[in-house]
Design a binder for this molecule. Structure first.
Ligand code: FNR
Length: 356
């Protein structure tokens, strides 16, 4: 097991267990992967400018999200098909997250039934939030059936992903010949994703009327994931209980700016009406600190968790979270921040990069 943080590339020790085509799926992004790289680089390009001689006597990483207090400000981002990374798949990820006080957003396209993940997590003391991510496939009635299933299982919010009405294999996946095995388990799909012509896909894409309808019918708090434009953020904040600033980890539309660059304008548009979460390119505890200082209430983490899971299942995921929490706590102390509220943009500065 490696206790050091596995970076995005799946740790070499795990490489033999993860097929090259699956690595292309997990690690890759859309087109030229400009957005994927920009996400990572943007957090690194933010500098810190703390005051000295102001060390707090204790640091507290608790956060309030949709009405409850949680031990840490991070959650595992929803990620599909985790059984391709490790046999423990979503169960291993969920148990490691819960044990370390991190939340989890389970994907619609998970390989494990949502009920089994909930059973593995909900009794853990000091766990993080358990949310369900919904892709709006099928009809409104299909969505509602799945939401009711998630609510009955104990999920505490619905995260509707709005940035991927169309998905197609990336260049990297095509080159590697990635495809899901026959009869691949997807026990949480509301309906099979629409196949067929482009016009079928376009006709099935959701719009703001669907969001209003869902808001009226969804019995759980509703967050929208994939917001990048301030005008969309404003509209979402009027309707929903939270938004996730996300470009899908650079996996859908290449050319979107880094989420670190998008977050401040979105935050300003929301005007405190709902929590703003962010994901994309966060690769260590320090990146999370910068995201929180820039205005995020909490952060989601994607690929680093897959790399950890592929390495040695839940054990390595738990080690990664511990490492991130130690780093966050230490950096908060060095920045004179006793709590997450004390992390503000005044702490940040821009550092020149090679391109400057
Ligand atoms: C994803 N993501 C994703 N998002 C979503 O809403 N539903 C999903 O099923 C998936 N599936 C998925 C699979 C894989 C392999 C990856 C890497 C990502 C996007 C994910 O939730 C998140 O937005 C990004 O992964 C965040 O970027 P980083 O942390 O991976 O850089």
């Amino acid at each position: 097991m490696t206790a050091s943080p596995p970076d995005t590339p799946i740790a070499p020790a795990a490489a033999p267990a993860v097929a090259p085509a699956a690595r292309a799926y997990f690690e890759g992004g859309a087109a030229d992967e400009v957005t994927l790289r920009a996400n990572v680089a943007a957090w690194r390009a933010i500098g810190l400018r703390p005051r000295v001689l102001a060390t707090p006597r204790a640091v507290d990483t608790q956060v309030t999200l949709v009405g409850r207090r949680w031990p840490t400000p991070w959650l595992a981002a929803p990620m599909a098909h985790l059984a391709l990374a490790h046999p423990q798949a979503e169960l291993g990820l969920a148990m490691a997250c819960a044990a370390q006080g991190a939340g989890m957003v389970l994907s619609t396209q998970a390989t494990t039934a949502l009920e089994a993940v909930a059973r593995a997590v909900l009794a853990t003391p000091q766990r993080g939030p358990l949310w369900f991510q919904l892709y709006p496939y099928g009809t409104r009635a299909d969505w509602l059936r799945l939401i009711e299933r998630a609510q009955a299982a104990g999920y505490e919010a619905i995260v509707l992903t709005v940035d991927a009405p169309l998905q197609w294999p990336s260049d990297r996946e095509r080159t590697a010949g990635f495809g899901l095995p026959r009869d691949w388990p997807q026990p949480n799909l509301p309906a099979p994703p629409t196949r067929g012509t482009l016009s079928d896909l376009l006709a099935a894409a959701p719009d703001w009327d669907d969001i209003e309808w869902l808001r009226a019918h969804c019995p759980l708090p509703l967050l929208l994931k994939g917001i990048t434009h301030p005008a969309d953020a404003q509209r979402a904040a009027e309707l929903c209980d939270g938004i996730v600033v996300s470009n899908h980890g650079g996996r859908v539309l290449d050319g979107l700016p880094a989420t670190a660059a998008l977050l401040p304008a979105v935050r300003a548009a929301v005007q405190g009406r709902c929590p703003v979460l962010v994901d994309g390119g966060l690769r260590r505890g320090l990146d999370a600190l910068k995201a929180l200082a820039l205005g995020a209430d909490a952060v989601l983490v994607g690929r680093p968790l897959i790399a950890a899971l592929a390495d040695d299942g839940a054990r390595t995921v738990a080690a990664l979270w511990r490492h991130w929490l130690d780093e966050l706590r230490g950096a908060m102390a060095l920045c004179g921040a006793p709590s997450l509220d004390a992390l503000t943009p005044q702490l940040l500065c821009r550092v020149p990069t090679d391109g400057d």
